[in-house]
Write a protein that binds this ligand. Structure first.
Ligand SMILES: Cc1cc2nc3c(=O)[nH]c(=O)nc-3n(C[C@H](O)[C@H](O)[C@H](O)COP(=O)(O)OP(=O)(O)OC[C@H]3O[C@@H](n4cnc5c(N)ncnc54)[C@H](O)[C@@H]3O)c2cc1C
Length: 503
């Protein structure tokens, strides 16, 4: 493990590792879901590079180092009446470098999009140790052989443009060739590349003004098709958030909820932003009518701040309840990030329910309905001898469904090691071929995070699951430190400093 003390360390480490033929895995807080921040060779910890420059209010932008935490950047912006609107639930502890590398998103992505929409410049260290700056709208540097090779691959991909287009609202799978085809900006292929093409050492972000007024709504539905129509209504009404809580979620968290009509199968929570309170109220009332027309059996409007906060706390009630359900059950997030074309949302959630039922596995389904992007937490009984087969079966089944519906297996978390073996199942062969060529162009020796996004021969999705009872036990101090990180969500804490005597 190398802990970078300054951005200047990064090219040194890359050259040192290259001379020894060692792989390098960049790491921020290590909170990503798909095993992208762990690997053989050198782990390059960038979490101490966390300075944030003063916010530029004139251009509404901010520059920071890759280890800066998302919420700290947002707080710096808010001091000037601005905000950073990409809001993963992990914002308190995830780094901006990790967010760039996974094309992270959050509940407000319905209104504001994912990371790629907010990154205006990146400083990157390439596999040969050279440092480049990529700025939106500017030509990429012309003196880098690696950049020149990458551009040749990308230009050739124009002939297969259709292979990179998918009718999904969020996508963190594969490389962002589709986004590059639209923008011509090379930084669009570095975003979401999970440390496999370059290491990001500085980020410039666009900021947005804070909302002047907000309102929130809860709508209950007796069937998924109506809920899906409701999500479309919210999207069309310009809601900035529209979240789905499926019946699986409602069953487990009933104690936290106000009474819902009998037979409620799904709930939507939506938020509207406007220039004034009267405008926010007017638009919320109009959306309430639209949700009714879509088939809502009950709606609750929250106009004042306290009522809105109460509504949104429902959305966050699941995790603590799930954690206390049963000691043997582990919430194993391996099918947690699928996004489908918006019109296929109901079909997707229906299939998720059936798949969980057939695998005799409890699980909760919730997520970003407005973007047709759904999180699934299967609760796996690790004491069952067939847990691995059962989980592999679920992954197989859901990947097939996502492929059939024309979706992506990763809406915001990235492919990581977990989904690299699934890449060819949901992308056309021509796209996968371009991804391989792009990787070879940027990283000819294959030393940047190998096995992430593109699989190594023979790689399977759940080779190493940290909960596997068959794994040899970790040293006691490491076990205690890692459990503490997960239980208290202290991902931003240095694992080394948590070890006794560490510093
Ligand atoms: C409780 C919880 C809730 C979450 N909620 C959300 C959510 O709402 N939305 C969402 O999108 N994600 C969510 N996540 C996932 C995770 O927080 C995000 O993927 C986040 O962007 C990862 O940041 P990190 O600093 O932890 O990155 P890491 O996990 O350290 O790294 C992630 C990937 O980025 C690469 N990387 C890291 N830094 C760099 C760099 N400087 N240059 C190049 N590559 C780099 C790594 O190699 C790895 O492949 C959640 C996670 C948890 C545990």
């Amino acid at each position: 493990v190398v802990v970078a003390a300054s951005a200047d360390d990064v090219p040194l480490v890359l050259r040192w590792a290259r001379n020894r033929n060692l792989a390098v895995t960049a790491r921020g807080s290590g909170s990503s879901m798909a095993g992208g921040a762990v690997g053989a060779g050198v782990i390059l910890d960038l979490s101490r590079l966390r300075s944030i420059e003063p916010v530029d209010t004139a251009s509404q932008s901010v520059c920071c180092e890759p280890g800066a935490l998302r919420d700290e950047i947002d707080a710096a912006a808010r001091a000037h009446g601005l905000r950073f609107p990409v809001d993963p639930s992990s914002g308190r502890f995830c780094t901006i470098g990790g967010m760039v590398a996974t094309n992270a998103a959050g509940a407000h992505s319905l209104g504001f999009g994912a990371m790629h929409a907010w990154v205006t410049a990146l400083e990157c260290v390439l596999a040969d140790g050279s440092v480049i700056v990529l700025r939106r709208g500017d030509e990429p540097p012309s003196d880098s052989p690696l950049v020149a090779a990458a551009l040749r691959v990308l230009n050739a991909a124009r002939a297969n443009g259709e292979a990179f287009r998918r009718n999904v609202r969020k996508d963190s799978s594969g490389y962002g060739v589709g986004r590059w085809l639209e923008s011509g900006d090379l930084l669009d292929v570095i975003v979401a590349s999970e440390g496999t093409l370059a290491i990001v050492t500085a980020v410039e972000l666009r900021l947005a003004p804070v909302a002047q007024a907000t309102t929130s709504l809860l709508a209950a539905f007796s069937d998924l098709d109506s809920a899906s129509d409701g999500a479309r209504a919210a999207r069309e009404a310009g809601a900035v958030v529209c979240e789905l809580l499926d019946s699986t979620f409602l069953e487990l968290t009933a104690q936290a909820f106000p009474p819902l009509p009998a037979g409620t199968s799904a709930v939507l929570l939506a938020a509207i932003e406007a220039e004034s309170e009267s405008e926010a109220r007017k638009r919320a009332l109009a959306l309430q009518l639209d949700l009714g027309a879509a088939g809502a059996t009950a709606t609750t409007l929250a106009l004042v701040h306290a009522a809105q906060r109460e509504l949104w706390e429902l959305r966050h009630s699941a995790s603590p309840i799930l954690a206390k359900l049963d000691e043997r059950l582990r919430s194993v997030q391996v099918i947690e990030d699928g996004a489908v074309p918006p019109e296929a949302l109901a079909a997707y959630v229906r299939d998720l329910r059936t798949a969980l039922e057939q695998a005799e596995t409890r699980g909760v389904i919730f997520g970003h309905a407005g973007d047709a992007h759904v999180h699934v937490n299967p609760l796996v009984d690790m004491s069952r001898s067939d847990w691995r087969d059962s989980l592999n079966g679920l992954i197989e089944r859901i990947t097939a469904t996502v492929a059939r519906l024309g979706g992506t297996v990763s809406g915001e978390h990235g492919d990581g090691r977990l989904r690299a073996p699934l890449l060819a199942r949901t992308w056309p062969a021509a796209a996968v071929q371009t991804f391989r060529e792009l990787k070879d162009a940027f990283d000819p020796d294959g030393l940047l995070n190998p096995g992430v996004i593109l699989p190594i021969a023979g790689q399977s999705p759940i080779e190493a699951v940290k909960y596997d009872p068959a794994l040899p036990p970790l040293p006691a101090a490491a076990r205690v430190a890692l459990d503490q990180v997960a239980d208290r969500r202290e991902y931003a804490a240095s694992r080394l400093s948590l070890l006794e005597g560490g510093s």
